[in-house]
Design a protein around this ligand. Structure first.
Ligand code: NAP
Ligand code: COA
Length: 261
């Protein structure tokens, strides 16, 4: 059961990139379960249609899936136009679209590095910029950027997402500064390892899993619901004074990461 009123987001519309799968589908479900309608955005229309149907069935709210590539501003703008045409407003923008894989920096192709920078960093900027123009500057709202903790120290085989998410955190601060006077809060969440996700499937080999959990102070991985609940908090007026800040939700994992020699 939620500690928030089930209508705490009534009348709000959420625009969620990456909302067709994993963590951001969970975020969308929780926002919808608290009264919001939603637009979910990623590249595969088929995946989005399936996810939207499930989210509607689970929550009773409306959900529209719109295919777009966050690297292409014109497709992002078209997705926002579709959101506004269907719902008339966008109040909550979640930037969850991302790409990642394990690869040593010495073996990353130029294009591999650029691809992850383009999805995570430029994609986040493109969505923020388009949502600002088309919706948020007129009526305010909340932007929630999904980051990571990879770049707090240095994470092997993760130079590309570390650089990308560091830039996302910087953007969270800059946009909070510039857009705060217009009633726009810009916040982030830095999840640690979250179980049952594509991220974990790609980044944590099965033989490393138990050792990784043992090293986490709270002795467990996060759940999608952990991140969804925190997202809900940040999207409500319970977080009305919070902006420019990226909240770490990792059970203490990064604090316990082994120091480099
Ligand atoms: P996921 O399900 O693979 O989520 C990534 C989403 O981004 C997918 O829905 C994907 O859909 C979409 N996407 C990828 N490229 C895109 C593009 N160019 N344009 C539009 N959409 C695109 O993975 P997840 O593990 O739940 O990760 C969600 C977020 O949490 C990411 O920002 C990730 O960096 C962050 N995070 C995850 C973990 C973890 O433990 N899983 C830890 C820290 C941070 P399509 O492929 O259909 O486009
Ligand atoms: N190791 C090293 N390089 C890789 C790689 C891997 N596992 N996977 C892809 N690349 C390289 C490709 O070889 C290509 O470089 P090249 O042109 O020099 O050969 C470059 O990355 C782009 O790959 P491509 O498949 O064309 O990109 P895409 O835009 O179709 O897909 C990815 C983007 C690669 C990030 C893809 O994995 C994806 O769609 N991910 C979304 C889901 C995800 O990553 N979820 C986890 C979030 S934490």
């Amino acid at each position: 059961m939620s500690i928030f009123r089930e209508d705490v987001l009534a009348g709000k519309v959420a625009f969620v990139t990456g909302g067709g799968s994993g963590i951001c589908k969970g975020i969308t479900r929780t926002l919808m379960a608290h009264g919001a309608d939603a637009v979910i955005v990623s590249r595969s229309q088929e995946k989005l249609d399936e996810a939207a149907a499930a989210l509607v069935a689970e929550t009773g709210r409306a959900c529209l899936g719109v295919a777009a590539d966050v690297r292409q501003p014109e497709t992002v703008e078209a997705a926002l136009d579709a959101a506004l045409e269907r719902f008339g407003r966008v109040d909550l923008v979640v930037n969850g679209a991302a790409g990642n894989f394990l690869c040593p920096a010495s073996q990353l192709s130029y294009n591999a590095f650029r691809t992850v920078m383009e999805i995570d960093t430029l994609g986040t900027y493109n969505v923020c910029r388009a949502a600002f123009d088309k919706a948020l500057k007129a009526s305010g709202g909340v932007i929630l950027n999904i980051s990571a903790t990879l770049h707090y120290g240095a994470t092997p085989l993760q130079a590309h997402p570390s650089a990308a998410k560091a830039a996302v955190d910087s953007l969270t601060r800059s946009l909070a500064l510039e857009w705060g006077p217009l009633g726009i809060r810009v916040v982030g969440i830095a999840p640690g390892p979250i179980d049952d996700t594509e991220g974990i499937a790609r980044l944590v080999p099965p033989d490393v899993r138990a050792k990784m959990i043992a090293a986490i102070p709270l002795k467990r991985m996060g759940t999608i619901q952990d991140i969804a609940d925190l997202s809900l908090f940040l999207c409500t007026d319970a977080a009305a004074l919070i902006t420019g800040w990226t909240v770490v939700a990792d059970g203490g994992a990064w604090l316990a990461a082994p120091a480099l020699p």
